[in-house]
Design a binder for this molecule. Structure first.
Ligand SMILES: [Zn+2]
Length: 416
């Protein structure tokens, strides 16, 4: 927890004088949690990130007069969000609903989940459980974009829901800053949650947030009759293998005279080939596709749960499906967060361009280390459909045997 009100605890140094800046107050104009700072040597004034969310790793400093951001970390995107939003400061009301769920009687902690990236907002929100379960000495206020209201867990004292679309998530809004100040000023003191960007799996239970039970790992049958596999669909990052299945004869000649198929169409073809290969193994396979975008019609025997837009009902319906899935398969990204949190296992397609974000999109179901290697697999995005089908088949049939071989009973000395 970071002391916030009335004067925050902030350790920023003047980039000109190298002296410790003096905190005068705080400012939360949106996703950014800032200390209001002054240099007692040169008199320059600054806003400095309080160490929450990404700023826990890379707290930046903005000079009020010039708008220049001092970034010793070289974290361009985070610096640009601050300088850009400060240069385009807004001052108008946005829909803000404060839901008082429990009386506030203790020290207040604010968990600010606003952000411009869906995954960042969601991962910050998972920090709520720590305060609810392990800090009986505090009352928690969570501030979320409206798209996450459905995931606010029971036990928060107040839910502040800001109807700010993700694409405006970096916005600096002085009206919002005043609204937050007005509300927090009611309390003598308050703190800010550090809002870990990558909360540890032991720190939260996804069911507390989605109210959907994850797949019961012990119920993975030794003789699997009807496996459930869900492909997570998105259209802006694809199972890209643009290589088409080899064509021969007339088909080959036809292709030479037609335009190359659209990548989304190829993705649909690949997943149908995948599902058909699984159907060769299990005639009654339960194969579904969930996610955003509805391009390309899928065969009737595939459950098509795709949607153009999401709402709370759809989110819950999708989570229920993930929680019934032996395996979820999809391309790396925040689309994998809730599927991985609920399904028994994950196969992620990750291209070289995303290696720098490895594991940031997955919420693990903790277990034996070796079993984790079995249940979480990573492949290049150009994997072939038959190759992927072979891996899924191997996992679906192989987990019980793998568990037996790796059972801790058979690793304990004393039986030798
Ligand atoms: Zn100075």
């Amino acid at each position: 927890m970071i002391p916030l009100h009335p004067v925050p605890e902030a350790k920023h140094t003047c980039p000109f004088c190298q002296t410790l800046l003096k905190p005068l107050g705080w400012q939360i104009p949106g996703m950014r949690n800032l200390a209001d700072l002054v240099c007692s040597t040169c008199g320059r004034e600054f806003y400095g990130d309080l160490p929450a969310g990404q700023a826990l790793y890379t707290p930046l400093l903005l000079e009020k007069k010039t708008g220049v951001v001092h970034d010793p970390y070289g974290i361009d995107w985070f610096a640009e969000w601050l300088s850009g939003s400060y240069a385009a400061r807004k001052d108008y009301p946005i829909p803000f609903a404060a839901h008082e769920r429990l009386p506030i009687t203790k020290h207040v902690v604010l968990l600010n989940c606003l952000d411009t990236i869906y995954g960042h907002c969601l991962l910050k929100l998972l920090n709520a459980q720590h305060y609810i379960d392990r800090r009986p000495d505090v009352d928690l206020i969570v501030m979320v974009p409206s798209l996450l209201e459905w995931m606010i867990p029971d036990g928060v004292a107040q839910a502040w829901v800001v109807d700010l679309p993700l694409q405006r998530g970096t916005e600096w809004n002085d009206w919002l800053a005043r609204e937050i100040r007005r509300r927090l000023q009611q309390f003598t003191t308050s703190s800010l949650s550090v809002a870990f960007s990558h909360p540890h799996p032991d720190d939260f239970d996804i069911e507390r947030f989605t109210r959907v039970k994850p797949f019961a790992l012990d119920e993975w049958s030794t003789d699997i009759r009807r496996p459930s596999v869900t492909f997570i669909w998105r259209e802006d990052r694809l199972w890209s293998n643009v290589r088409q299945p080899q064509a021969r004869g007339l088909e080959k000649i036809k292709r030479q005279f037609t335009l190359e198929a659209r990548p989304v169409k190829i993705q649909a073809e690949l997943l149908v080939t995948l599902a058909e290969a699984l159907r060769q193994e299990w005639q009654d396979v339960d194969f579904a596709v969930a996610g955003l975008g509805r391009s390309e019609k899928l065969p009737d025997w595939i459950k098509d749960l795709r949607q153009q837009e999401v709402n709370t009902d759809i989110e819950r319906q999708w989570c229920t499906r993930y929680g019934a899935s032996h395996i979820v398969v999809g391309v790396h990204g925040s689309n994998m967060i809730l599927p991985s949190a609920h399904a028994a296992s994950v196969v992620e397609l990750i291209g070289e361009d995303r290696w720098g974000n490895f594991l940031q999109d997955l919420l693990f179901r903790p277990g034996d280390t070796r079993e984790m290697f079995f249940r979480y697999r990573f492949l290049e995005t150009n994997v072939t459909a038959p190759g992927l089908a072979r891996l899924l088949t191997s996992m679906l049939r192989g987990l019980p045997k793998f568990r037996y071989l790796m059972d801790p009973r058979f690793c304990k000395h004393g039986i030798d």
